[in-house]
Ligand binder design. Structure first.
Ligand code: ATP
Ligand code: MG
Length: 375
């Protein structure tokens, strides 16, 4: 009964009513079974995309022909998009994108998915269809490739990263990873260089956002995958960082900083804002400044993350009272204004004097008053 969402129900029943197979599939079934939040609803059907679009339009849904050629139609209900994709089977692949053909068989559709836990289907009544034995794998938190790991990786090298990503979120950290899959990732690690940096960045962000990505990152490192993505990176500070983080929520940028790689901006195609954030965080970690000063200069969030990172990297305990210090620094307001130094100073000289006074004030622990700061 996890397909409670009204739009999903209506789309499934609409297709069923027209004589088609229709199931929710993939992440939404997996997450519903685990009781974790669902990101988006994917529906798989034997109806051809044109037919899906027709039926949905006639029933009054808003329809976006997202990728008719790839078999995907987006059906929108109450503003919520539902991706409806026709069953497909792989014909060939170039290691990046598969050439697909439509199919009428759910078994074909399941066989081209990456992991057994992602090849679970459920019908409108909530009945699970499990063509590949994904349910026992999911419940045992085993990330298992559909078919031979080596062959599946050669079809699409992104699956290397997806293997680690799904392990980070849904794997059993105690049981470790499937040794055959790990060996296949290691043997094909070079294939990663053929992927677009956007796709690598997307998977890495999601991996790093897992509650505890440390075991997966250690696996990536030992398989030779991590350094191919981020030269100079090491997984060793991630576990201590994750240990220090609660009650703060996971943040992929904080974990990325802990990897200590270089050129992340390029390697993961970070946005300007993401790159700026990461750069501030790294320079905050490296500076000798304490929590209050960091908070004044960079804001509370970067100050907090920098303090967590420093402790994780040095093994030193968190400084006593650090959270109060951050609050103090974030609230501090420099008491001097340009007008206070005019007309005695002008232009560049004025800027330099002001800066110098601000640095003195920061060094005083924000204690010097306006009068004490005046020349
Ligand atoms: P999330 O909740 O994190 O989005 P998800 O399982 O929905 O997880 P997606 O990346 O959105 O992950 O992919 C949706 C589904 O499509 C997967 O569950 C899987 O069945 C299939 N899939 C996606 N990418 C691949 C791939 N590279 N190779 C094979 N199957 C894939
Ligand atoms: Mg998804």
């Amino acid at each position: 009964d996890w397909i409670e969402e009204e739009g999903t129900q209506r789309i499934l029943r609409l297709l069923n009513g027209a004589g088609h197979q229709a199931y929710v599939v993939g992440g939404c079934v997996r997450n519903a079974i685990l009781g974790v939040p669902i990101a988006d609803v994917d529906i798989a059907t034997d109806a051809r995309p044109q037919r899906v679009a027709e039926l949905a339009r006639d029933a009054g849904f808003k329809v976006v022909p997202t990728g008719l050629d790839h078999g995907t139609v987006t059906v929108i209900h109450n503003g919520i998009p539902h991706e409806v994709t026709t069953f497909r089977r792989d014909v060939t692949t170039d290691g990046r994108r598969a050439v697909v053909a439509f199919s009428y068989r759910i078994e074909d559709d399941a066989a081209r998915r990456d992991f057994t836990m992602n090849a679970l289907y459920a019908d409108a009544d909530g009945q699970v269809i499990d063509p590949l034995g994904g349910l026992p794998d999911l419940l045992a938190r085993r990330v298992r490739f559909v078919g031979d790991p080596e062959a599946r990786i050669r079809e699409d090298y992104l699956r290397i990263l997806r293997f680690f990503r799904f392990h980070a979120h849904y794997g059993d950290p105690q049981a470790g990873m499937d040794p055959d899959a790990l060996a296949a990732c290691a043997a094909n690690a070079d294939g990663i260089t053929r992927l677009s940096r956007e796709r690598i960045g997307h998977e890495m962000r999601r991996l790093l956002d897992a509650p505890d990505p440390a075991p997966a990152l250690a696996g990536m490192e030992s398989a030779g995958v991590l350094h191919r993505i981020l030269p100079g990176a090491t997984s060793r500070f991630v576990a201590p960082l994750v240990h220090l983080e609660p009650p703060y929520a996971p943040d992929w940028r904080r974990r990325l900083a802990a990897l200590g790689g270089s050129d992340e901006e390029e390697a993961l195609r970070l946005s300007r804002a993401e790159a700026r954030h990461l750069h501030s965080l790294k320079s905050a970690v490296e500076s000798g400044a304490g929590p209050a000063e960091l908070a004044y200069r960079h804001g509370a969030q970067i100050a907090r993350d920098a303090i967590l990172l420093r402790s994780a990297m040095t093994g030193a305990p968190l400084p006593p009272g650090w959270e109060d210090e951050i609050a103090r620094g974030a609230a501090a307001v420099f008491p001097l204004r340009a007008a206070d130094l005019m007309p005695r100073y002008q232009g560049a000289e004025l800027g330099a004097r002001l800066k110098e006074a601000e640095e003195r004030w920061i060094r005083s622990g924000f204690s010097l008053s306006r009068e004490q700061l005046l020349p």
